[in-house]
Design a protein around this ligand. Structure first.
Ligand code: NAP
Ligand code: HSE
Length: 428
């Protein structure tokens, strides 16, 4: 039996170097917790010429086969990111009898169920706490602590970059472009921010959460997705006047024998707990039949918070190895449909620029009424006397996406409608 638990770090980048530093700083503590020291035996990078803090050059390689060839590597920690070749490396590591810990939401969202089945087949573990919510424990609570519940809803703010931008827009009245430039200046947003601002990153994380919460396989492209790029300072002013703020909400619910999953900018009443989750913070709210509503909140990104989750998984596996206990983690999925966006029901906020003349509101109300969409409130916020236009903000009671789309097509076609601005879901 080896005298230590051997680790391989695939990708000592931002998160990976945090894991290396935490392992070095906590060497005695982790050794005592596991009953055997943890030892980094190998690290995989693209560029072997660069010195890596805390890693001797002799263990750094750019050849994945070197990892598999080391019989003392028992846990492979995948922190490279992107789908390929991370997915193939995880699969090869599992098939070779290694346990795997990953922070890779894209791989787990797209191929999690297959990889978990491979892990079960080889009687090894695949853990992925860091893939959703960075340092917030949420995968483990869903897999273990909340298992006795019938989970009915998951509502989450799971992208720190967009939450930082939306908080800035709400608090400072800035427009989207200014908020994005500020997030990029501070290093929260990537030079290409598409994955964050279009909700792609959040859709991966929501797909993972839905699989665990509802035991239904939800593919990322089955998550209805709306980004934040069209939001303007006006939307925040109007939301504020109505008593709401706007968040990029990732929502999964069991409805009519299926799953409804969406990532979209959503108006939330200001007294709701999620409305107060500001800046780069993330939060995941889960509703179960026994536990009621629970809210997990914390730092969803960054080297240290994410290392906390990665190392929790490493320690869990290391303790199992020492105790020779290796339960498989495969999920048994139920065969339920994932409903298309047209079947989603929500309350809505819409901002419409119209000609400032009589009976315009009646025509819009008529179209909504024909589609059985009931108006909850209507406020005329701004008039532009020189252009002869006014801005209407209409909120509705619950309606389906299909009814709303049909009504919007007719409203847009009205000669008195200059523009249908943002149409946003409202929580509740
Ligand atoms: P990163 O800073 O870009 O680091 C990636 C590392 O992987 C680098 O060391 C890179 O090597 C290595 N790498 C990439 N492709 C490789 C390849 N084909 N072969 C060998 N090595 C390769 O990424 P990160 O921000 O640490 O993110 C890592 C993972 O954690 C991602 O899945 C991400 O979604 C997830 N995550 C990140 C955060 C966060 O706060 N950053 C939070 C939660 C989850 P070189 O150094 O040689 O380029
Ligand atoms: N880009 C992600 C975010 C990083 O902004 O939350 C963590 O997954």
């Amino acid at each position: 039996m080896p005298s230590s638990i051997g680790l391989a770090i695939l990708g000592p980048g931002n998160v990976g170097s945090g894991v290396v530093a935490a392992l070095r700083n906590g060497v005695a503590r982790y050794g005592a917790q596991v009953g055997r020291p943890l030892e980094i035996r190998r690290a995989l990078v693209r560029d072997v010429t660069r010195a890596r803090d805390g890693l001797d050059a002799s263990i750094v390689t750019s050849n994945f086969e070197d990892i598999l060839a080391d019989p003392d590597v028992q846990i492979v920690v995948e922190l490279m990111g992107a789908e390929h070749p991370a997915r193939e490396y995880i699969e090869a590591a599992l098939a070779s009898g290694r346990h795997v810990v990953t922070a890779n939401k894209e791989v787990m969202a797209k191929a999690g169920s297959e990889l978990l089945a491979i892990a079960a087949k080889h009687n090894v573990r695949l853990l992925y706490e860091a893939s959703v919510g960075g340092g917030i424990p949420v995968i483990s609570p869903l897999s273990r602590d909340l298992l006795a519940n019938d989970i009915t809803a998951v509502t989450a703010i799971i992208n720190g970059t967009t939450n930082y931008m939306l908080t800035g827009m709400a608090q400072s009245g800035t427009d989207y472009d200014v908020a994005l430039a500020e997030a990029q200046r501070l290093g929260y947003a990537e030079p290409d921010p598409t994955a964050d601002v279009e909700g792609i990153d959040a859709s991966y994380k929501l797909a993972i959460l839905c699989g665990l919460a509802f035991h239904v396989a939800v593919a990322p492209d089955e998550v209805a997705r709306q980004g934040i790029t069209k939001l303007g300072a006006k939307d925040f002013r109007y939301a504020e006047a109505l008593g709401y703020t706007i968040k990029l909400l990732a929502t999964g619910r069991l409805v009519d024998g299926g799953v409804v999953a969406s990532v979209q900018p959503t108006l939330i009443a200001k007294d709701e707990p999620l409305a107060k989750v500001d800046g780069v913070l993330n939060a995941v709210q889960i509703e179960g039949d026994l536990v009621g509503r629970v809210l997990f909140q914390g730092r969803g990104a960054g080297a240290n918070p994410t290392s906390s989750s990665v190392l929790a998984d490493v320690l869990d596996i290391a303790r199992d190895i020492v105790g020779e206990r290796r339960p498989p983690e495969a999920i048994e999925y139920r065969k339920l449909p994932v409903h298309p966006p047209a079947m989603h029901s929500s309350r809505y906020y819409m901002r419409v620029t119209v000609s400032d003349q009589p009976s315009v509101l009646a025509r819009i109300a008529g179209i909504l009424g024909e589609r059985e969409i009931s108006i909850a409130s209507c406020i005329q916020f701004e008039t532009d006397d020189s252009a002869g236009t006014a801005e209407l903000v209409i909120t509705t009671h619950h309606a389906t996406g299909a009814a709303l789309d049909a009504a919007l097509a007719e409203i847009r076609a009205l000669d008195v409608v200059v523009e249908v601005g943002n149409v946003l879901a409202m929580a509740g």
